[in-house]
Design a protein around this ligand. Sequence first.
Ligand SMILES: NC(=O)c1ccc[n+]([C@@H]2O[C@H](COP(=O)([O-])OP(=O)(O)OC[C@H]3O[C@@H](n4cnc5c(N)ncnc54)[C@H](OP(=O)(O)O)[C@@H]3O)[C@@H](O)[C@H]2O)c1
Length: 335
Amino acid sequence: MSATRFWRLDNHPEGNTQFDQALSLQHEELGPLPAGHVRIEVQYLSMDAGTRLWMSPRTDGYQPPLPLGSPMQGLCLGSVIESDDPRFPTGSLVRGFGHWAEIATVDPAATGLEVVDPTIGDIRQHFGALGMNAWTAYVGVKEVAAVQPDEWLVVSAAAGATGSLACQVGKNLGAKVIGIAGGPDKCAWLRDVIGVDMAIDYRGESVEERLATVDGGVHAFFDNVGGPILDAVLPNMAHYGRIAICGMVAAYGDDAPMAGPARFDQILMRRLRVEGFFIPDFLERGAEFMPQLREWMDAGELATIFDETQGIENVLVAYERMLTGKSTGKVIVKL
Ligand SMILES: NC(=O)c1ccc[n+]([C@@H]2O[C@H](COP(=O)([O-])OP(=O)(O)OC[C@H]3O[C@@H](n4cnc5c(N)ncnc54)[C@H](OP(=O)(O)O)[C@@H]3O)[C@@H](O)[C@H]2O)c1
């Protein structure tokens, strides 16, 4: 292929809808491969809530804003079609932070590019049980929230990609898991398929009242949301509980800092430890996580369902579905 289509960030989006006002699909002829670069024919794109921050003008996020006029960045899975780096030979299956593009031309060092196993039955699992969301779930539950057997673990945005994996990591480590998600269907899925001990529909129930029934309080909280959900959990934490701050998706559409928790006082009253973590800081430890994740996946103990959209032209539809809670599981786009 000598040309590609890619999504370009033209303006900062407002909220989590109408992304077509901010991004446009562009056509580009491919030039010669720059030195040291790799060209990937993208098979799947990963839709990740955290990338919404990259579209914002905020300069106090965990990475600088993406300059307007740039190709939108995102995790890609695909085959190398041209390479000037011997670590990524033509034909190898790779995953990394490329672009929302049919063909992504990347600098391996700047994009966390890695060769992944092409022989697993379903290569989409490189965005599922073996992907970044799984690494995030594993680090967040096991190390940051430091969950112990028989403890109560609460997970917010529990029916999403990261959350559903965090619930399962918690179960696999012997915890009792409570998932918080939007709507009765997601809660039924969490109970019946993911196997949580309790599911709370934050749209239809009082999270604070349901958590008040947890005997002994919540020992560990894996928070993907922040805002009112964090406020509902804080007064229900057990003494010496741990809160792993994974994400604050409730505020990503606002382009403004999230207000601090109204129940901040509970951090002192209950002697809590609160810690943010960011998975790119752990990329070099991927090989360490993989054997355990692979074992759980093969045993059917780390399931992912994929919410799959077809075609580069439909990327924004998939992205909006994810951010507005219309999807369950991992949102991907097949190219
Ligand atoms: N720290 C890290 O390194 C790291 C890495 C990966 C992901 N994350 C974080 O993990 C979180 C989930 O990301 P993901 O990519 O896996 O997306 P996801 O969970 O698959 O999709 C986002 C989900 O967030 C929920 N949501 C959106 N707005 C909400 C609100 N105002 N209140 C409550 N829930 C809301 C929606 O589910 P409902 O229907 O339940 O509302 C939606 O399905 C994000 O906060 C992301 O930043 C962090």
